[in-house]
Design a protein around this ligand. Sequence first.
Ligand code: DAH
Length: 341
Amino acid sequence: MEEKINKYINDITNISNSNELDAESIKEQYLGKKGILSQLLSEFKSLTNEQKKKNGKLLNEFKILVNDKLKNSGVTKKTNKKKSLNIDFSLPSTFEKTGSIHPLSIIKHKIIQIFENVGFEISSGPEIEDDWHNFSALNMPQNHPARDMQDTFFININPDTLLRTHTSSVQIRYMESNDPPMRIISPGRVYRNEDISARANCFFHQIEGLYIDENVSFADLKKIIVYFLQKLFGEKVKTRFRPSFFPFTEPSAEVDIYWGLNNESDYRITKGTGWLEIMGCGMIDPNVLDNVNIDSKKYSGYAFGLGIERIAMLLFQIDDLRLFFENDIRFLRQFRSLNLS
Ligand code: DAH
């Protein structure tokens, strides 16, 4: 045994310690489970006491030599380094994203971004409104037939408290407490007493727009709407303005985009015309400006209102409005890869 150990001592002394890979294999070869040292130790166990005395010292020398060699090569240092440097417990965890952003939020943010980029600010108002802000100030006095167009939820059968039927109420609130020039959009939830179907729900979401300054014209309105639709649907989108009626704007228009007629469901969406109504708009009626004490001789402005669900249905090709509100995870998961930028 003595001879054997001396040979190993000789071997290990002659190994150069320049290469780390070598050092790894030396470690395995000498200190591994079935390595030289463990073989020698088991041999050592069966020696007589006399032989143990003689070989024990030599064996110890050999062990120290192997350890020194490895220390110099950096293998042992390297493993220590790994433990102390590669784990930083103060870093935040990387959880896998399990949720997704709701498709209506994605579209809402897209629309907000487009208008914010051209100087519109965001304003919001309450969902529980009074008659003045939702109707009267918007040129719809009591018994005005246009009130029937918006089936209203009244609260406690009190005709003065209601769930707002449109975000146009925010126009009034903003104009009451600010002076022109003003340029806002107002996203929010609105309520109507309608039967729930694939095309209608008792609540939905709108974005209202309002711009008031001196000399604002219908041309300004047209410019901003076409700009917005091109940003949202692409440069090539075809648009048209159709004369319409809203009590709070004069003149009023509805805006259509050309959706085309490629397949059967397109025919159904556009009722066979290829054109699809996307929003209402117009020049603010001077009566409305007078109602909020803005000088209608000096100032003019435009307003517009659009439904977020309708735009989301078009952009994501969704044919049933109810899907937005059922929170079916199989539906929502499909929007996982989309974000708000
Ligand atoms: N408030 C209208 C609605 O809910 C939409 C609308 C039309 C808003 C014309 C406007 C507008 O600001 O000018 O049907």
